[in-house]
Design a protein around this ligand. Structure first.
Ligand code: V47
Length: 457
């Protein structure tokens, strides 16, 4: 709306600010007091807004208040300011392939449905390096740039297995980056190697390792560690290994598993600890952590199945608070497998700048009765971003831009559909691949929940 003020100035009000031209002068002033400012103040977050505008660091208490604020849209608005400062209008996606090389795990985490006990579990599997390489070979006609490799902590695997696994994958697809092993697997590999973490990272790099995924720290709280994943290395060890990786020149990600028994101060503490480690690495390098991924917990088939999963609304708040607290992390990812495609589209306006990728197959969270394929095609990822009003950029795991906008969206998906048809995958799966939102049964249920919540609010 444009109008004349009493002093004859021309004033233009927009949701993002007020611009005023003085009568007879060319000076322009930007004023606060906008619709959004009023909403932020009504939510009691005016001081945090000021800090976000000046890129001033938020405190532990600020983090607690962002979780407590009743208006998600205000928290999302603040996160979006930070998001656009870091990444403008761009939303990243990646052509990737996940390989979960073994589900055998001796950690027994109560939040997990993926693992099989080392002894007498009919579900147990472990790929040989050659079988993992065959998985890579299955997708050679798709221009994948990232191979994401994680698995359980399988006590039978010798050090050489991990080296050979990387070598076999690299040989099958030399041009792709390998992003492999959470710090929990690294802890196990270091023990098997009987070497220092630095020596192990150098060996793994020589075998083809390019970067490390997040995962494994879950939530940095001794209490939750004791209750849900006591057999895993604790937060201090996870951070120590991440720092060793960064010193060896490897980039890594970090995650937070939320929505189970954790409490808000524990999540804020998680951010504070990650931020501190990233500060340290920024003193010597361009920063060891690349992306932070809040992981929405899926209770299905876990020992904690009685706990209700987080809603889409909660997922958006996690993304937003992460963006605001982790001011030294370049990227915040909304992993569509966990969050669903529609929630991920909203997340692009609540702090996220990355939707992850094509995935292909995912074992850690899936409907046990369904096919293990969980795919979004490159076209679907790009359409999802464009429909949400952001500019898609395809990236590799190190966030080098591979293609911009719609430039590289080809007929990859029809190639994939053909191959799946040849391999006898069922019609429902092909139907899923053709849809704009690809969601597993669990994810569909979750998005129904968030629709219902939106209708009630
Ligand atoms: O550490 C296990 C989580 C993680 C469940 O770095 C579960 O780009 C939800 O770290 N519900 C592994 N989550 C996955 C991971 C990851 C995923 C996507 C991208 C990146 C990246 C990393 O999965 C585990 C654990 O926190 N997890 N069980 C569950 N039922």
């Amino acid at each position: 709306m444009n109008y004349f003020t009493e002093s004859g100035n021309v004033r233009r009000e927009r949701a993002f600010g007020v611009i005023e031209w003085r009568a007879g002068g060319d000076k322009m002033e930007l004023k606060s007091g906008t619709i959004w400012r009023r909403a932020v103040e009504a939510a009691g977050l005016g001081d945090i807004h000021d800090k976000v505008l000046c890129a001033e660091r938020l405190s532990f208490d600020d983090g607690m208040r962002l979780y407590a604020a009743s208006q998600l849209n205000v928290v999302g608005y603040l996160a979006n300011i930070a998001r656009e400062k870091h990444n403008g209008n761009v939303a990243y996606w990646v052509r990737n392939q996940h390989i979960n090389y073994t589900n055998v795990c001796n950690k027994g985490c109560l939040f997990c449905s993926f693992y099989a006990r080392p002894k007498d579990d009919a579900r147990a599997y472990c790929m040989t390096p050659e079988q993992a390489a065959q998985k890579v070979a299955n997708y050679l006609d798709a221009p994948i740039t990232e191979i994401h490799v994680v698995g359980g902590v399988n006590p039978k695997l010798p050090y050489e297995y991990y080296i050979e696994l990387l070598e076999a994958i690299k040989a099958a697809r030399p041009e792709a980056h390998i992003k492999a092993f959470t710090m929990v697997e690294i802890d196990q590999i270091v023990r098997r190697a009987k070497k220092s973490p630095e020596e192990v990272f150098e060996d793994l790099k020589a075998a083809g390792l390019d970067a490390l995924p997040g995962g494994g720290a879950e939530v940095m709280s001794e209490r939750v560690h004791e209750d849900l994943f006591a057999a895993k290395p604790n937060a201090a060890r996870w951070l120590e290994l991440a720092q060793a990786a960064h010193r060896c020149g490897l980039k890594s990600n970090a995650t937070l598993l939320y929505g189970h028994v954790e409490q808000t101060p524990e999540k804020v503490e998680h951010f504070m600890r990650l931020r501190e480690v990233q500060d340290d690495s920024l003193q010597n390098t361009s920063g060891g952590f690349l992306s932070f991924i809040p992981l929405s917990w899926h209770p299905e088939k876990t020992a904690l199945e009685h706990i209700a999963p987080p809603t889409g609304v909660e997922d958006l708040r996690e993304i937003a608070v992460a963006r605001l607290m982790l001011d030294n992390f370049p990227h915040i990812k909304s992993f569509w497998i966990m969050n669903t495609a529609p929630v991920t589209q909203c997340a692009l306006w609540h702090g996220a700048d990355d939707v992850d990728g094509t995935i292909m197959e995912y074992e850690i969270v899936r409907d046990p009765g369904s096919d293990r394929k969980q795919v979004l095609t490159s076209r679907q990822l790009v359409e999802m971003i464009v429909e949400a009003g952001r500019e898609p950029d395809e990236r590799d795991p190190l966030y080098n831009v591979v293609s911009r906008g719609l430039e590289s969206v080809s007929s990859v998906e029809s190639l994939l559909s053909q191959r799946f048809a040849n391999q006898g995958h069922n019609a429902a799966n092909l139907d899923i691949m053709a849809r704009a939102e690809v969601v597993t049964a669990a994810q569909e249920q979750k998005s129904k929940l968030s629709d219902e919540l939106a209708r009630r609010s």
